[in-house]
Design a protein around this ligand. Structure first.
Ligand code: IPE
Ligand code: IPE
Ligand code: MG
Length: 252
């Protein structure tokens, strides 16, 4: 058992991102419908939110539905949309109680109107909460995000709002969906897959990556703590070299 007190002895990641994968396989192994895996996945997210709050993580960004996921069978897609709408109404009380701000990123134009509306209402209802920001990536794809950012930037150049020479990493970041979030410190992917699947490609340049075999519906608070404990063992260098401490020489 990893205790929160123990974890708090060392630096806690400010921003944790999660690719919540494995709902379908979790359901299949139990002879259940895929959607039952997604439903169980929503419960896992509720538990992880508690763990994030307990440890003092400020930003949690989760991948709930990718742009590529629109290519799944209609019945799975529509069941997921219903799940998102229901989660918004069922979870509002919990979000409010724990002062969690809810935010959604992605190509929301592709969502059914009722789903977009529920998400927007939840965003507005929680916009002043400051304990933790939960960002849900929905109908999200990182390449879409970067292309969309490039288009908006091009429009601003065309309208003389920005000078080409002033464009640098910081300026470009302002056009991404995740602005003004800091980059994730830790990215967790569940379900044995060791890939990024078009999630936060720009933002994870120096993020610590953590892969686990556990299917998302089985992922618990303890599993979240284990990921943080592993993060605390990593040495982040950001391309620099480790500071060599000069030995103190005592002259006799
Ligand atoms: C992740 O679980 C949730 C979504 C992508 C919506 P999957 O549905 O991808 O589950 P697996 O990977 O098929 O087991
Ligand atoms: C990534 O999982 C998207 C989400 C978890 C929402 P996928 O199951 O869609 O990714 P691939 O197909 O295994 O790469
Ligand atoms: Mg998957």
């Amino acid at each position: 058992m990893i205790s929160v007190e123990e974890l708090k002895q060392n630096p806690i990641p400010e921003h944790v991102a999660i690719i919540m994968d494995g709902n379908g396989r979790w359901a299949k192994e139990r002879g259940l419908e895929r959607i039952e895996g997604h439903q169980k996945g929503a419960t896992a997210l509720r538990n992880v939110l508690q763990a994030a709050l307990a440890t003092g993580v400020k930003y949690l960004t989760v991948y709930a539905f990718s742009i590529e996921n629109w290519q799944r069978p209609d019945n799975e897609v529509s069941a997921l949309m219903t799940l998102f709408v229901n989660a918004c109404s069922n979870e509002l009380e919990n979000l409010t109680k724990h002062h969690i701000r809810f935010h959604v990123i992605g190509n929301l134009d592709l969502l059914p109107q009722n789903c977009r509306q529920s998400l927007q209402e939840t965003e507005i209802a929680t916009q002043n909460n400051t304990a933790l920001q939960l960002t849900v990536a929905l109908s999200y794809g990182s390449r879409w995000e970067i292309v969309h950012a490039a288009k908006m930037l091009a429009k601003d150049i065309k309208n003389n709002l920005i000078d080409i020479e002033s464009i640098d990493n910081q300026v470009f970041t302002k056009y991404l969906q995740t602005y003004p979030l800091p980059d994730p410190d830790l990215l967790i992917r569940t379900s044995k897959e060791v890939r990024i699947s078009n999630f936060l490609l720009w933002q994870i340049a120096y993020t610590e990556l953590y892969f686990t075999d556990i299917y998302w519906p089985d992922f618990t608070e303890q599993d979240f703590y284990a990921a943080i404990a592993e993060f605390q063992k990593r040495e982040r260098r950001f391309g620099k070299i480790k500071e060599l401490k000069k030995e103190l020489k005592i002259e006799n």
